[in-house]
Every structure is written in C-alpha cells, then in structure tokens.
Design a protein around this ligand. Structure first.
Ligand code: IPE
Ligand code: MG
Length: 221
C-alpha cells in the first residue's frame, strides 16, 4: 500500500498523516472485496526494509498498525473476515504489537468469508529463506526438495497464489512482495496514492485483469 507519504506531503501534512489516511482506504477496499466475493486479500503493511525509516516513523507505524487492529477487528470479525499475518515475528516487532496480532488472528480464525492477510515485517526473500530453514529443520532429503515441499513451508501455504497484484502510487516495482507466490500473477499499476484508493479502484483493476489472457507459460487454447 504505497503513496501515503506523498499524499501527505502534497497536502503539507506530516508523512504519518498519510499513513493515518490509509486506514480508510484499507477498510473500503476490504468491504469492496467482501461485496464482490473476493476470498483472499493480502496487503503489504510493513516490509523487512521499512526498518530503515526514521525511528519516529517506524514507531508510529508499529503503534498505528496495532491501533488499526484494535479499532477494526470486531467489525471485520462480524463480517466473517479471517485476519492472518505473513512476516517475521522477530525481536524488532514490539511485544504488544505481536500480542494484538495474535488477538486478531485468534478472534477471527474460524471465519471463512474473506481472508485478510496482512504482510507485516514481511519480505519475499525472507519468506523463501525461512522456508528453506524449515526444509533443513525438517530434515527433508535433498531429492525430496521440490516446489511443493518449499511452497508448503511458506508463511501461509493454504492461501492460493494471487491472481492479481495491484501496485499503487505510480511505482513500477515488486519491492520484495510475495516473490514466490506472484510468479504468474497479473500485475496492475495505478498512479492513485494509497490514501485515495477505494473499492472502485479495486474493481477497475479487476476489470483490467479480466481482459488479460493467462497462459501460465503454455499456449493459447
Ligand atoms: C506506504 O506509503 C506505507 C508504508 C510503507 C508503511 P509510503 O510511506 O511508502 O509513501 P511514499 O512512498 O513515501 O509516498
Ligand atoms: Mg513508498
């Protein structure tokens, strides 16, 4: 979810105001996904590289994400949303944030309407490294290491690979998002800054997706 800082700067506001404004976008997009029957929505909230930001902004983002969960978990739970997280639970994530994540995950774990997977302290390379560590820890024989064995050790093997990945704010990069999972995803890029993004923008991206022809490396049918 990119473009919060620029959204704020254009209004003469602090960058953190842009993050705050992104909450409305996230809620609207989640309700939009619910309305059209999307089953899985993964959002990139904090990357393994975002620790490089000024400490004040990192601190703000930790507290903000925790607050967002506390503010929104009950209404999302009422809608049948299952909240999950992808990422590293390392020492850099404050304990209270981990506790709030566990709480939201626990509260909503039986829900089946939509999975809202929040990528938090997430990196695509880190996820692959973590999966390799699990292969070794599980003592998987070299000859048994295949795509299925690795995939089953990703953070959420039960979630399907994304059909569509949307990047906001006019950037044309993957930025370490779902590297393994998006091998055959369709990509849609939009100039809309995240705080301005609404369900209509999601629907527009899905319409673009529907024009694409997916061959997965094969030939036309
Ligand atoms: C995305 O907005 C939010 C996070 C990475 C947490 P940015 O903060 O990257 O906004 P820009 O790219 O500076 O506009
Ligand atoms: Mg950015």
């Amino acid at each position: 979810m990119d473009g919060n800082g620029r959204w704020a700067q254009r209004r003469g506001l602090a960058r953190t105001e842009g993050h705050a404004a992104g909450e409305e976008a996230l809620v609207d997009v989640t309700y939009g996904a619910l309305a059209i029957g999307v089953k899985t929505l993964t959002v990139y909230a904090f990357s393994t590289e975002n620790w490089r930001r000024p400490v004040d902004e990192v601190r703000y983002l930790m507290n903000f994400n925790r607050g967002l969960l506390q503010r929104r978990q009950h209404e999302l739970h009422a809608e049948g949303v299952r909240i999950t997280f992808s990422g590293r639970r390392d020492w850099r994530v404050p304990k209270r944030v981990l506790q709030s994540m566990d709480e939201a995950e626990g509260l909503t774990k039986q829900n089946k309407v939509l999975t809202l997977n929040i990528a938090f302290n997430y990196g695509g390379r880190a996820e692959i490294v973590d999966a390799v560590q699990r292969l070794v820890a599980d003592k998987v024989p070299v000859k048994k290491i295949d795509e299925k064995a690795l995939r089953s050790r990703l953070y959420h093997p039960e979630l399907p690979d994304p059909d569509l990945v949307v990047r906001t704010s006019g950037e044309y990069r993957i930025s370490n998002f779902l590297l393994w999972e998006m091998a055959y995803s369709e990509l849609v890029f939009t100039d809309v800054l995240w705080p301005d993004f609404r369900r209509e923008d999601l629907f527009g991206a899905i319409e673009e997706y529907q024009q694409r022809e997916r061959r997965f490396g094969g030939l036309d049918k």
